[in-house]
Design a protein. Structure first.
Length: 164
């Protein structure tokens, strides 16, 4: 996606750019800046009307970036669920929000690590489940649970290894 306003390293840089547009009275540019960063129109309106001191909080910026990346990748099913888990984790940690917003980090890396983990950790579906499903034979499926995804997210975005 082409960016008219550039790529911001921090939410503070984004907010400075927004403040400059607001000070110039260029609401059209402010709405465009917000859209480029996944910030909703209602949030821009709140900012313009003085209900918010800044355009975006670290959480808003992180969620906006995640939503934009998910749309670009056209995430569905389990991958969309993984994006939602990362978003929920952002709600628990401003540090993670700031890391997610960084331009040198992207959700595709986390998803790739999760898929790799799943492919390396296959389990066989229990025979009873295979029978109920009406499948002809036992099948292996790749698994990456919530705890492992959390470790992958923390390792990638924060450089923390929380392996037990």
């Amino acid at each position: 996606m082409e960016r008219k306003f550039g790529v911001f390293d921090t939410v503070e840089e984004l907010n400075r750019a927004a403040a400059a547009q607001k000070a110039e009275g260029d609401t059209e540019a402010l709405f465009a800046l917000a859209a480029e960063n996944g910030i909703g129109q209602e949030d821009v309106e709140d900012y313009l009307e003085g209900y918010a001191d800044e355009l975006a909080t670290p959480l808003m910026a992180a969620l906006g970036k995640l939503d934009m990346e998910a749309a670009e990748l056209q995430l569905k099913s389990q991958l969309a669920d993984w994006k939602d888990q990362i978003a929920a984790m952002c709600g628990e940690s401003e540090e993670l929000c700031r890391a997610v917003f960084r331009p040198d980090r992207e959700i595709a890396q986390v998803l790739a690590a999760g898929i790799k983990h799943a492919s390396q950790n296959r389990v066989y579906v229990p025979d009873r489940v295979v029978e109920i499903a009406g499948l002809p034979h036992r099948i292996p499926i790749g698994m990456t649970g919530r705890d492992e995804l959390r470790r992958i997210v923390e390792r990638y975005y924060l450089g923390k290894d929380t392996a037990a």
